[in-house]
Design a protein around this ligand. Structure first.
Ligand SMILES: Nc1ncnc2c1ncn2[C@@H]1O[C@H](COP(=O)(O)OP(=O)(O)O)[C@@H](O)[C@H]1O
Ligand code: SF4
Ligand SMILES: [Mg+2]
Length: 342
């Protein structure tokens, strides 16, 4: 299938007074045409920074996309796009929905006008045509009374309705690539489910590719074709939704799965198993496996040597020493026995 997006060895740092925060540390994955890829991981693992990099929104000089990183949209390197191409890529080819609609929408502009502006900026349509399309979009995303709502300001909408407005704006130009960065985190569970269904339905209609970002694996169970699990700025495991849910290989993925609420027979939410400990400092990331300090299966080699990526069936891959074919032999090698832990 056609590759919409190819991320190759993407690394992004932030230069702060405390030092260089290595927010994303060399990640690679593809997004095919029409598929949904979920990026999952705890807060601070680099999901939003990845999203911003894909949109070409890392701001210099604090933010830096490191040399050697590549983001190809339909085989075109976004770092090499002209201003004009970049504007088109950001305004017409791709769109992003953020977690917090209230801070992303303009509070002083009627929502209708905000949608119309998006529509007229990138396509040659008249104002009245754009207004008609805006009404259409508002009803498409499930906002009742669009004729009345189009003249209201963001604060007059509930959280869920505001998120729908954001989706309408994002969809205004029929983007080929839609990034949803925790689009439902601020909403209650029922509305979350409605919004996710809506994104899925609109994606089917438009045939767009979607990158769905969330800290909750449960959210993407019914949505994602493929899942990328991030930890401390790296991809620790990636595969199809089936691979991740039924054949998880990385202890961090397993821990994330155990943190997903399970509905029991009595419809009660079972006790969650939170993941003890905290992620490492990204100014001085550990030499070995980033998850070592929190991993139940941590071995000596994990602390001293970064695990290589192991490939399983299909495109399933994970970086963990437990799956290394030579792990037993490696453990016996004398030079590793006394490996230092610093
Ligand atoms: N503007 C910034 N300046 C410094 N550090 C940042 C900035 N933005 C993000 N970071 C750091 O990058 C890391 C990844 O952040 P982010 O991608 O927002 O995580 P999340 O997975 O929760 O979306 C975090 O350690 C965060 O503190
Ligand atoms: S490499 Fe070692 S510490 Fe890291 S996840 Fe695998 S077993 Fe755990
Ligand atoms: Mg985020």
């Amino acid at each position: 299938m056609e590759k919409m997006l190819q991320i190759k060895k993407l690394a992004v740092s932030y230069h702060t007074y405390a030092g260089e925060v290595q927010a994303v540390r060399g990640i690679s994955f593809d997004v095919l045409k029409g598929e949904t890829v979920a990026i999952v991981g705890e807060s601070g693992c680099g999901k939003s920074v990845t999203a911003r990099a894909i949109m070409g929104l890392i701001q210099k000089p604090q933010g830096e996309v490191k040399p050697g990183s590549q983001i190809l949209y339909k085989d075109q390197d976004i770092a090499k796009m002209s201003r004009r191409e970049l504007r088109r890529y950001r305004g017409k080819e791709s769109a992003i929905i953020f977690q917090d609609a209230l801070s992303s929408l303009n509070p002083t502009m009627k929502v209708g006008k905000q949608i119309v502006e998006g529509l007229t900026a990138h396509s040659k349509i008249s104002r009245s045509e754009a207004r008609g399309k805006a009404l259409d979009l508002l009803s498409k995303v499930g906002i009742p009374n669009p004729e009345k709502r189009i003249n209201q300001y963001p604060h007059q909408f509930s959280g869920g309705m505001r998120q729908r407005v954001m989706i309408a704006i994002a969809l205004a130009c029929n983007p080929n690539l839609l990034i949803a960065d925790e689009p439902t985190t601020a909403l209650d569970v029922t509305i979350q489910a409605q919004i996710l269904l809506l994104i899925k339905k609109l994606q089917k209609e438009l045939g767009s590719s979607v990158i769905m970002i969330t800290h909750d694996l449960g959210v993407v169970a019914n949505m994602a074709d493929r899942i990328v699990v991030m930890y401390a700025g790296r991809i620790v495991e990636a595969g199809t939704a089936e691979d991740i849910f039924y054949e998880p290989k990385h202890p961090y993925t397993v821990a994330l799965l155990n943190a997903v609420p399970k509905i029991s027979d009595e419809d009660e939410i079972a006790e969650l198993e939170a993941i003890p400990g905290t992620p490492p400092d990204l100014i001085a990331p550990p030499i070995g496996c980033s998850f070592a300090a929190r991993c139940k299966h941590c071995m000596e080699i994990c602390v001293s040597h970064d695990p290589e990526q192991i490939e399983f069936a299909g495109e399933h891959r994970a970086s963990c020493w437990l799956h290394h074919p030579d792990v037993i032999a490696l453990l016996k090698k004398p030079q590793l026995e006394g490996a230092n832990h610093e």
